[in-house]
Design a protein around this ligand. Structure first.
Ligand code: IFM
Length: 807
């Protein structure tokens, strides 16, 4: 089975795309898939989760830590870089099973007709030690050669609105390099430490031991890291060297430290055919972690060096095996889909905050600073299901982030003159809204355009409430409600009550002046999706309040007594809220009031009117604004979320109507069309949408610019959408907190799909074939669970395996 993502040959045009595609990470940080010799122009970034900074009046954005893997190899004064020296061979690859990045590049030796220099590197962000990035870099020359290796920590990294670290100063400490500074806005300290161990191959070691090569630069007592291949190599070489950063192989080494950098330059006398390996143990620490950051970073990198590369890799790989045993979806009959889906799950794993309930997942994951590193509705509506079905503990963290940012949501509601909680459209660490009123520049005039994402996409508060309730229903874990979840949903309901308008003529509540998921139509009335979501939020709130009343009556009384809005009013609004219904004859649901009055133009026709490939189609005078062309699934999303309320004909009529009118200008769109296609029994219509979703970060073919704004990066919502389309869509699997229902709708070429589930603290494996479904419960499970396989209800007890023919 294929777990390798590989690109052969070097293409300068793909530097940015590959930075996303080959990314590694561990939830604490993301390290872009850049090459060792790259700098900020190639977008090197170690993006830190949850640490934001603002410089001047620029947008606040996450902080990229200095690049601890920075390494350059020089030969005869010439830098060996893919950027300058058109390599003879180049391969970049990612092993997604164990989250290990590799590159191998063969350069022509400068000044030699036949000489070759091979640079290989392997790296991973430890899944076990979240502050640690480890790398192993090897060089090999085909002829005896003198090389200069410059390796250390580079502070000159990619920043959109930086630099974010002031006073960034390099130093040498305890044999390691250290680069430390503080964020500009909140003065949060950030430190990166690097310990280096160099190991010659056998022949070089012998030469070294026999004095045929210059002696090691420095020898220090106390070689504590007597483990693994490094130690063996050292033993062979008869070299003693302290692991924390002392160069213990060949030739002269100097250390250069200063403002913004800390590195060593090592002159290496390479013997032909011999491999020289450098192990870099890089640790990142910030003031958010608590404690003294420089000491923490140094300690972490020293302990890692003592442990040794191989042992670190083993523990990291073991951790990844566990992640996959909980989540790997195996598709039989479609290798392309298999790899793409796995890759999507890989992307979700490397950015999931398993370690903190104060973090959620930004819309571009940890791939950089695009979209201000902010958290959108993407998390609750597109990523959450994957975590709910496989790792509910991560799902809980994502939702607790909303509890921790409730105050920010209350501030935003108050700012606009509303009650309750209006969650940030673009949320950072405090819940303040990072979304600006002028989010896009007009490509023609260069002027900022007013957009109404921040002030009118009110469905965000309903999405948050929906996510919290989903978690509770799924897991039965009421701690989320008692730890603040009830307050969140209540405040969201209060917000909607204050936002809504009671239409006295029609005796109904309406929701006016909103922007729904389709951002090309701003400030519309009664967006069908928004109204239905608000109704759902109100019903969730009523249930949550009942729960609190029963469980914690005093807390309930205190909560209600602080509010002028009463639960009775919420109930009334729920009952009288207008929600668009399908037209009795066409079955169509109008996306918002007067949508049908807009010009019904075809998508190709609309595109032919564009004067600039990056022009924004929405906003005040965007081309789509006056037409029925929508940016992303809107009514179709409603049909997915509330599928049980609509019959198949209604779903199909709306899918067919809206599909040709959808531009899919958002990466959140395709997966929803795949899901609903599967639901209505046309999976092969949905399949291209699934593939588009699942391959988005492999091909890099999504929209990269809106106006002059770069919006590239990874797409976690689409990654989550790929899981949803495969599992909830094609496998037709749904859990309602009590019963798992499976009603498959597999694409023709999928023979089967196998899915691990972790529900109500029990683990299952489900295999959905074209004709048969098999459910297997782990022997360690404590209880049984109800499954509906096609039309058959079965109880699956611990250790049991049940198969059911569904034809
Ligand atoms: O949340 C989305 C939005 O729906 C469309 N624009 C991009 C945002 C971030 O992914």
């Amino acid at each position: 089975m294929n777990w390798i993502i590989r690109e052969k040959g070097y293409d300068k045009q793909r530097v940015t795309t590959n930075g996303n595609k080959f990314m590694i990470g561990n939830g604490y940080m993301g390290y872009r898939g850049t090459l060792e010799e790259y700098g900020r122009f190639e977008l090197t970034a170690t993006t830190l989760a949850g640490l934001y900074d603002q410089v001047g009046d620029n947008w606040r954005e996450p902080v990229n830590a200095p690049n601890g893997l920075f390494t350059q190899v020089f030969c005869d004064g010439e830098l060996l870089s893919v950027l300058s020296s058109g390599p003879l061979e180049h391969v970049q690859e990612l092993d997604i099973r164990h989250a290990v990045h590799r590159r191998r590049t063969v350069f022509r030796t400068p000044g030699s007709a036949s000489g070759r220099i091979t640079l290989s590197a392997e790296r991973f962000c430890s899944a076990e030690r979240l502050h640690l990035i480890v790398s192993k870099i090897s060089v090999q020359c085909s002829e005896d050669q003198e090389l200069l290796i410059r390796t250390g920590i580079d502070g000159d990294v990619w920043d959109i609105n930086g630099p974010h670290l002031e006073g960034l100063t390099g130093s040498e400490a305890e044999g390691s390099l250290l680069l430390a500074g503080r964020t500009q806005e909140l003065h949060v300290p950030v430190a990166v430490a690097e310990g280096l161990v160099c190991v010659p191959g056998e022949a070089a070691a012998d030469a070294l031991a026999q004095g045929k090569m210059p002696a090691p630069v420095e020898k220090r007592p106390g070689d504590k890291a007597a483990v693994g291949s490094e130690a063996e190599a050292r033993a062979r070489a008869g070299v003693r060297g302290e692991v924390e950063g002392k160069v213990n192989v060949g030739s002269e080494s100097t250390t250069e430290v200063g403002a913004g950098f800390a590195y060593r330059e090592i002159r290496l006398h390479c013997l032909a055919g011999e491999t020289y390996t450098f192990y870099k143990y890089v640790s990142v620490s910030t003031g958010l972690d608590g404690g003294a950051v420089s000491q923490a970073a140094l300690k972490c990198s020293r302990e890692a060096a003592e442990c040794g590369y191989d042992a670190l890799l083993r523990e990291h790989a073991e951790s990844w095996e566990q992640k996959w045993s909980r989540s790997d979806v195996v598709i039989e009959g479609d290798e392309e889909a298999q790899l793409a889906l796995r890759y999507s799950l890989y992307q979700l794993h490397i950015i999931s905050p398993g370690h903190s309930e104060k973090l959620s997942i930004p819309a571009r994951g940890l791939s950089g600073q695009v979209y201000k590193g902010a958290v959108f509705w993407d998390t609750e509506m597109f990523m959450l299901p994957f975590f709910l079905y496989t790792q509910p503990e991560v799902a809980r963290n994502l939702l607790m982030y909303r509890v921790h940012t409730l105050d920010g949501a209350k501030r935003k509601a108050a700012e606009y003159g509303y009650e309750g909680a209006f969650y940030a459209w673009e949320s950072q660490e405090t819940g303040n809204d990072a979304c600006t009123l002028f989010n896009v520049n007009d490509v023609f005039t260069g002027r900022p355009m007013r957009t109404y994402f921040r002030d009118k996409q009110i469905h965000i508060s309903a999405d948050v409430a929906y996510g919290i309730w989903q978690y509770y229903r799924f897991t039965g874990d009421d701690s989320i409600l008692l730890d603040g979840g009830v307050e969140v949903v209540w405040e969201c309901a209060r917000f909607f009550y204050s936002y809504a308008y009671f239409n006295p003529g029609k005796l109904r509540y309406e929701i006016l002046d909103v922007t729904g998921p389709d951002e090309y139509h701003e400030r519309v009335n009664n967006n069908a999706f928004t109204n239905e979501m608000v109704k759902k939020c109100l019903s969730i709130t009523l249930e949550a309040l009942d729960y609190l009343k029963g469980k914690r009556p005093k807390r309930y009384d205190a909560l209600i007594s602080r509010s002028v809005v009463t639960p009775e009013q919420i109930q009334e609004m729920h009952d009288l809220l207008y929600v668009q219904q399908p037209d009795p004859s066409s079955r169509l649901i109008e996306q918002f009031d007067r949508y049908y009055k807009l010009e019904d133009v075809s998508l190709p026709e609309l595109k032919s009117r564009m004067l600039n490939p990056h022009e924004y189609l929405g906003g005040g005078n965007g081309l789509a604004t006056t037409t029925q062309i929508l940016k992303q699934a809107d009514v179709v999303l409603l049909l997915h979320l509330f599928g049980e309320q609509y019959d198949r004909d209604t779903k199909r009529a709306n899918w067919e109507y809206y599909e040709p009118r959808t531009e899919h200008g958002s990466s959140l769109s395709s997966c929803i069309y795949a899901l609903v296609a599967a639901d209505i029994g046309i999976p092969d219509w949905g399949y291209p949408y699934f593939m588009r979703t699942a391959t988005i970060d492999l091909t890099g073919e999504s929209k990269q610019y809106v106006g002059d704004l770069y919006i590239g990066g990874t797409h976690p919502a689409a990654n989550g959408g790929a899981w949803m389309a495969a599992v909830l869509g094609f496998a037709g699997l749904r859990f309602d907190g009590k019963t798992v229902r499976i009603k498959p709708s597999l694409p023709e070429k999928w023979r089967s799909v196998e899915i691990p589930l972790h529900l109500l603290n029990q683990s299952y494996r489900v295999r959905v074939g074209q004709e048969e479904i098999t459910v297997e419960a782990l022997a360690e499970n404590a209880g049984s669970l109800e499954f509906q396989l096609g039309d058959h209800i079965v109880f699956v007890r611990p250790g049991e395996k049940i198969s059911q023919n569904i034809r």
